[in-house]
Design a protein. Structure first.
Length: 255
Protein backbone atom coordinates (compact mmCIF):
# COMPACT_ATOMS: atom_id res chain seq x y z
CA UNK A 1 0.00 0.00 0.00
CA UNK A 2 1.52 3.31 -0.96
CA UNK A 3 1.89 6.10 1.58
CA UNK A 4 -0.81 8.68 1.05
CA UNK A 5 -3.42 10.73 2.87
CA UNK A 6 -6.13 8.11 2.45
CA UNK A 7 -8.34 7.35 5.44
CA UNK A 8 -8.30 3.57 5.84
CA UNK A 9 -10.65 3.63 8.85
CA UNK A 10 -13.42 6.15 9.54
CA UNK A 11 -15.23 5.97 12.87
CA UNK A 12 -18.67 7.58 13.05
CA UNK A 13 -20.79 8.05 16.21
CA UNK A 14 -19.32 4.98 17.89
CA UNK A 15 -20.86 3.98 21.22
CA UNK A 16 -19.91 0.84 23.14
CA UNK A 17 -21.76 -0.51 26.18
CA UNK A 18 -20.89 -3.26 28.66
CA UNK A 19 -24.35 -4.03 29.97
CA UNK A 20 -25.65 -0.66 31.20
CA UNK A 21 -22.18 0.90 31.44
CA UNK A 22 -21.23 3.10 28.48
CA UNK A 23 -17.51 2.61 27.77
CA UNK A 24 -17.32 4.80 24.63
CA UNK A 25 -19.42 7.88 23.92
CA UNK A 26 -20.07 9.06 20.38
CA UNK A 27 -16.51 8.68 19.05
CA UNK A 28 -15.66 10.21 15.65
CA UNK A 29 -12.19 10.07 14.10
CA UNK A 30 -10.32 9.12 10.92
CA UNK A 31 -7.27 6.86 10.79
CA UNK A 32 -4.91 7.49 7.90
CA UNK A 33 -3.20 4.74 5.97
CA UNK A 34 0.53 4.20 6.54
CA UNK A 35 0.56 6.31 9.67
CA UNK A 36 0.93 5.48 13.36
CA UNK A 37 -2.01 6.61 15.50
CA UNK A 38 -1.51 6.54 19.28
CA UNK A 39 -4.34 6.42 21.81
CA UNK A 40 -3.51 7.79 25.26
CA UNK A 41 -5.41 8.38 28.49
CA UNK A 42 -5.72 7.04 32.04
CA UNK A 43 -6.65 3.43 32.80
CA UNK A 44 -10.28 2.56 32.15
CA UNK A 45 -10.91 5.48 29.80
CA UNK A 46 -11.93 3.41 26.77
CA UNK A 47 -8.68 3.15 24.76
CA UNK A 48 -8.56 -0.64 24.54
CA UNK A 49 -12.32 -0.86 24.03
CA UNK A 50 -11.92 1.45 21.05
CA UNK A 51 -9.02 -0.59 19.68
CA UNK A 52 -11.02 -3.83 19.96
CA UNK A 53 -13.97 -2.19 18.21
CA UNK A 54 -11.86 -1.75 15.08
CA UNK A 55 -11.87 -5.49 14.38
CA UNK A 56 -14.92 -6.46 16.43
CA UNK A 57 -12.98 -8.23 19.17
CA UNK A 58 -15.52 -6.74 21.60
CA UNK A 59 -18.03 -9.18 20.10
CA UNK A 60 -16.30 -11.85 22.21
CA UNK A 61 -17.21 -10.06 25.47
CA UNK A 62 -20.55 -11.11 26.92
CA UNK A 63 -23.01 -8.25 27.29
CA UNK A 64 -21.08 -5.90 25.01
CA UNK A 65 -23.17 -3.85 22.59
CA UNK A 66 -21.99 -1.47 19.87
CA UNK A 67 -23.75 1.38 18.07
CA UNK A 68 -22.51 3.54 15.21
CA UNK A 69 -20.20 2.77 12.31
CA UNK A 70 -16.61 1.78 11.73
CA UNK A 71 -15.88 2.09 8.02
CA UNK A 72 -12.90 0.01 6.89
CA UNK A 73 -11.98 0.65 3.26
CA UNK A 74 -15.37 2.34 2.98
CA UNK A 75 -17.51 -0.54 4.32
CA UNK A 76 -19.19 -0.66 7.72
CA UNK A 77 -17.65 -3.58 9.64
CA UNK A 78 -20.84 -3.95 11.71
CA UNK A 79 -22.83 -4.78 8.59
CA UNK A 80 -24.42 -8.26 8.42
CA UNK A 81 -22.29 -9.21 5.40
CA UNK A 82 -18.97 -8.80 7.29
CA UNK A 83 -16.79 -11.93 7.34
CA UNK A 84 -15.21 -11.74 10.81
CA UNK A 85 -12.34 -14.10 9.97
CA UNK A 86 -11.45 -11.96 6.96
CA UNK A 87 -11.87 -8.71 8.93
CA UNK A 88 -9.49 -9.92 11.64
CA UNK A 89 -7.02 -11.03 8.99
CA UNK A 90 -6.98 -7.53 7.50
CA UNK A 91 -7.19 -5.71 10.86
CA UNK A 92 -5.02 -7.79 13.17
CA UNK A 93 -4.17 -7.44 16.86
CA UNK A 94 -0.92 -7.63 18.83
CA UNK A 95 -1.62 -7.97 22.54
CA UNK A 96 -0.11 -6.47 25.67
CA UNK A 97 1.82 -9.59 26.63
CA UNK A 98 3.46 -11.73 23.96
CA UNK A 99 1.28 -14.77 23.31
CA UNK A 100 3.23 -17.20 21.11
CA UNK A 101 1.64 -20.62 20.68
CA UNK A 102 3.46 -23.54 22.39
CA UNK A 103 4.72 -24.63 18.98
CA UNK A 104 7.92 -24.20 17.02
CA UNK A 105 8.96 -20.78 15.77
CA UNK A 106 8.17 -21.87 12.20
CA UNK A 107 4.75 -23.30 13.12
CA UNK A 108 3.85 -20.07 14.95
CA UNK A 109 4.45 -18.02 11.80
CA UNK A 110 2.61 -20.37 9.44
CA UNK A 111 -0.29 -21.15 11.78
CA UNK A 112 -2.59 -18.42 10.49
CA UNK A 113 -1.79 -19.26 6.88
CA UNK A 114 -2.77 -22.88 7.47
CA UNK A 115 -6.02 -21.74 9.12
CA UNK A 116 -6.74 -19.83 5.90
CA UNK A 117 -6.08 -22.98 3.85
CA UNK A 118 -2.55 -22.31 2.58
CA UNK A 119 -0.44 -25.45 2.93
CA UNK A 120 1.96 -25.33 -0.05
CA UNK A 121 5.49 -25.92 1.37
CA UNK A 122 7.23 -23.38 -0.88
CA UNK A 123 4.64 -20.69 -0.10
CA UNK A 124 4.89 -21.31 3.66
CA UNK A 125 8.69 -21.26 3.55
CA UNK A 126 8.73 -17.96 1.68
CA UNK A 127 6.23 -16.41 4.12
CA UNK A 128 8.26 -17.66 7.09
CA UNK A 129 11.41 -16.04 5.73
CA UNK A 130 9.77 -12.74 4.73
CA UNK A 131 7.79 -12.36 7.96
CA UNK A 132 10.79 -12.97 10.23
CA UNK A 133 12.87 -10.67 8.07
CA UNK A 134 10.25 -7.93 8.37
CA UNK A 135 10.64 -7.91 12.17
CA UNK A 136 14.44 -8.30 12.03
CA UNK A 137 14.39 -11.82 13.49
CA UNK A 138 15.55 -13.90 10.54
CA UNK A 139 19.28 -13.70 11.24
CA UNK A 140 18.71 -14.33 14.95
CA UNK A 141 16.44 -17.34 14.48
CA UNK A 142 17.14 -18.91 11.06
CA UNK A 143 19.01 -21.81 12.71
CA UNK A 144 16.41 -22.24 15.46
CA UNK A 145 13.19 -22.46 13.45
CA UNK A 146 12.21 -25.78 15.04
CA UNK A 147 12.80 -24.58 18.62
CA UNK A 148 9.77 -24.00 20.83
CA UNK A 149 8.77 -20.33 20.59
CA UNK A 150 8.31 -20.17 24.36
CA UNK A 151 12.11 -20.38 24.74
CA UNK A 152 12.55 -16.93 23.17
CA UNK A 153 13.10 -13.74 25.18
CA UNK A 154 10.09 -11.51 25.84
CA UNK A 155 11.12 -9.08 23.13
CA UNK A 156 11.73 -11.87 20.62
CA UNK A 157 8.32 -13.33 21.48
CA UNK A 158 6.63 -9.96 20.84
CA UNK A 159 8.44 -9.64 17.50
CA UNK A 160 7.41 -13.20 16.67
CA UNK A 161 3.76 -12.35 17.39
CA UNK A 162 4.03 -9.33 15.08
CA UNK A 163 5.63 -11.55 12.39
CA UNK A 164 2.83 -14.11 12.83
CA UNK A 165 0.34 -11.34 12.11
CA UNK A 166 2.31 -9.96 9.13
CA UNK A 167 2.39 -13.42 7.55
CA UNK A 168 -1.35 -13.25 6.84
CA UNK A 169 -0.92 -9.84 5.15
CA UNK A 170 -3.02 -7.45 7.25
CA UNK A 171 -3.64 -3.88 6.22
CA UNK A 172 -3.94 -2.55 9.77
CA UNK A 173 -1.94 -3.63 12.84
CA UNK A 174 -3.60 -2.91 16.20
CA UNK A 175 -1.19 -2.90 19.17
CA UNK A 176 -2.54 -2.92 22.72
CA UNK A 177 0.37 -1.70 24.89
CA UNK A 178 2.85 -3.93 23.04
CA UNK A 179 5.84 -2.75 25.12
CA UNK A 180 4.37 -2.78 28.63
CA UNK A 181 6.06 -6.09 29.49
CA UNK A 182 9.42 -5.12 27.95
CA UNK A 183 12.48 -3.31 29.32
CA UNK A 184 13.57 0.06 27.86
CA UNK A 185 16.09 -1.43 25.41
CA UNK A 186 13.57 -3.94 24.07
CA UNK A 187 10.94 -1.18 23.94
CA UNK A 188 13.23 0.99 21.78
CA UNK A 189 13.70 -1.90 19.36
CA UNK A 190 9.95 -2.44 19.03
CA UNK A 191 9.48 1.30 18.46
CA UNK A 192 12.12 1.24 15.72
CA UNK A 193 10.25 -1.68 14.18
CA UNK A 194 7.01 0.34 14.14
CA UNK A 195 8.75 3.05 12.11
CA UNK A 196 9.82 0.46 9.56
CA UNK A 197 6.43 -1.24 9.38
CA UNK A 198 4.40 1.89 8.71
CA UNK A 199 5.81 2.00 5.19
CA UNK A 200 3.57 -0.98 4.41
CA UNK A 201 1.00 -1.06 7.21
CA UNK A 202 -1.26 1.23 9.20
CA UNK A 203 -0.61 1.03 12.94
CA UNK A 204 -2.92 1.96 15.82
CA UNK A 205 -1.32 1.71 19.26
CA UNK A 206 -2.72 2.02 22.77
CA UNK A 207 -0.04 3.16 25.19
CA UNK A 208 0.19 4.44 28.77
CA UNK A 209 3.65 5.74 27.91
CA UNK A 210 3.19 9.31 26.71
CA UNK A 211 6.86 9.57 25.73
CA UNK A 212 6.33 6.58 23.48
CA UNK A 213 3.28 8.20 21.87
CA UNK A 214 5.28 11.39 21.30
CA UNK A 215 8.21 9.44 19.81
CA UNK A 216 6.51 7.05 17.44
CA UNK A 217 3.11 8.37 16.38
CA UNK A 218 1.92 10.70 13.65
CA UNK A 219 -1.50 11.25 15.26
CA UNK A 220 -2.65 11.05 18.87
CA UNK A 221 -6.07 10.77 20.47
CA UNK A 222 -6.67 11.50 24.16
CA UNK A 223 -9.46 9.48 25.78
CA UNK A 224 -11.07 10.32 29.13
CA UNK A 225 -14.05 8.56 30.73
CA UNK A 226 -15.22 7.19 27.39
CA UNK A 227 -14.92 10.49 25.52
CA UNK A 228 -12.41 11.33 22.80
CA UNK A 229 -11.35 14.67 24.28
CA UNK A 230 -8.94 15.64 21.52
CA UNK A 231 -7.46 14.16 18.36
CA UNK A 232 -4.86 15.61 16.04
CA UNK A 233 -1.29 15.55 14.81
CA UNK A 234 0.97 14.32 17.59
CA UNK A 235 3.20 17.39 17.59
CA UNK A 236 0.17 19.65 18.03
CA UNK A 237 -1.33 17.51 20.81
CA UNK A 238 1.89 17.53 22.82
CA UNK A 239 2.97 21.14 22.22
CA UNK A 240 -0.26 23.11 21.93
CA UNK A 241 -3.27 21.04 23.00
CA UNK A 242 -6.58 22.77 22.41
CA UNK A 243 -8.36 21.28 25.43
CA UNK A 244 -7.22 22.01 28.99
CA UNK A 245 -7.99 18.41 29.98
CA UNK A 246 -5.44 17.21 27.42
CA UNK A 247 -2.86 19.68 28.69
CA UNK A 248 -3.47 18.60 32.29
CA UNK A 249 -2.92 14.96 31.35
CA UNK A 250 0.23 15.33 29.26
CA UNK A 251 1.84 17.67 31.81
CA UNK A 252 1.15 15.24 34.64
CA UNK A 253 -1.39 17.35 36.51
CA UNK A 254 -4.02 14.67 35.99
CA UNK A 255 -4.00 10.90 35.49
Amino acid sequence: MSANKKNIIEVRNLNVFYGKFQALKNINLDIQANRITALIGPSGCGKSTFLRALNRMNDLIEGCRTEGEVLFDGKNIFGPETDLLELRRKVGMVFQRPNPFPLSIADNITYGLRVHGRTEPNFLEEKLHRSLQAVNLWEELKDRLHDNALKLTGEQQQRLCIARLLAIEPEVVLMDEPCSALDPVATARIEDLMYELKREYTIVIVTHNMQQAARVSDYTGYFLLGDLVEFGETNQIFTSPRDKRTEDYITGRFG
